[in-house]
Unconditional design. Structure first.
Length: 257
């Protein structure tokens, strides 16, 4: 068996093992989407009158807000998966896997695919809720937006595992994660378009990669596929995907060397 085929086979095994663990607590999957769902229900209606405000941007309030909430779901849903890995470190699960012939890269990819599947299911749930609340978006735009969500989930989950392996403690992981996710949440225009921000804040937000992914997802939900926003978002997402998976695989190989 070639190295690539072995990695793919091991990834499938790790993915199924992790997925079975997750499915034993289906309530956790639903409650993982509860906070973004509350944002849709309790915050989204407040934006319906803001579409007339100068600088709000094209599209209606739901076409702007739902993509932002999907990215928020990805940021928090995939960002906190490192806690589970720290638990496995403490219980000795990773230590036992270290003596097996399983591919070290598969140990990362299997977990990340499970996390991405969960985020993807929650994203579909949120889109359904958005449609019920008044979202009107082309099916192709929703599909493109979900591709951004899934790709970003892979990147965020990989980086979360890297951070977990470096800190190896919830006491260190939690505040460090919050210090990263909060500025990303505020500067990416997830809740409101950054076009409403003052000039200095708009410039600062352009230094965060999530800004481009949010703008791309919003353009897709409006049906504006052939735009610079979608192209920039796709490029940023691809770079994040490659870099984060490479960092994660390298860290897992070093951990199990």
């Amino acid at each position: 068996m070639t190295s690539l085929a072995r990695t793919a086979s091991d990834t499938r095994l790790i993915f199924l093992r992790c997925l079975r663990q997750t499915l034993r607590s289906r309530v956790a999957i639903v409650f993982g989407a509860l906070q973004p769902l509350l944002y849709l229900v309790l915050f989204g209606p407040l934006l319906t009158d803001l579409v007339e405000v100068r600088g709000f941007g094209a599209g209606d309030a739901w076409q702007s807000f739902v993509p932002g909430v999907l990215i928020q779901l990805t940021l928090f849903g995939a960002g906190f998966v490192g806690f589970g890995l720290i638990g496995d470190l403490r219980s000795g699960v990773l230590e036992r896997l270290r003596v097996t012939p399983v591919s070290r890269t598969a140990l990362l990819l299997g977990r990340v695919l499970r996390d991405t599947a969960v985020v993807g299911a929650q994203a579909v749930l949120l889109v359904g809720a958005g449609l019920a609340l008044g979202l009107r978006a082309p099916a192709g735009g929703v599909a493109v937006g979900l591709v951004f969500v899934v790709s970003l989930a892979v990147s965020v989950a990989s980086l979360s595992y890297v951070l977990a392996l470096r800190t190896r403690s919830e006491d260190a992981f939690a505040p460090l994660l919050s210090a990263v996710t909060l500025p990303l949440l505020l500067l990416s225009g997830i809740l409101l378009p950054m076009s409403l921000a003052p000039g200095w804040l708009d410039v600062l937000s352009r230094l965060t990669p999530f800004r481009y992914v949010v703008d791309a997802a919003r353009a897709a939900f409006r049906g504006d596929y052939a735009t610079a926003a979608v192209a920039e978002g796709a490029l940023v997402t691809a770079v994040l995907l490659v870099v984060s998976v490479a960092l994660g695989a390298r860290r897992f190989r070093a951990e199990h060397a």
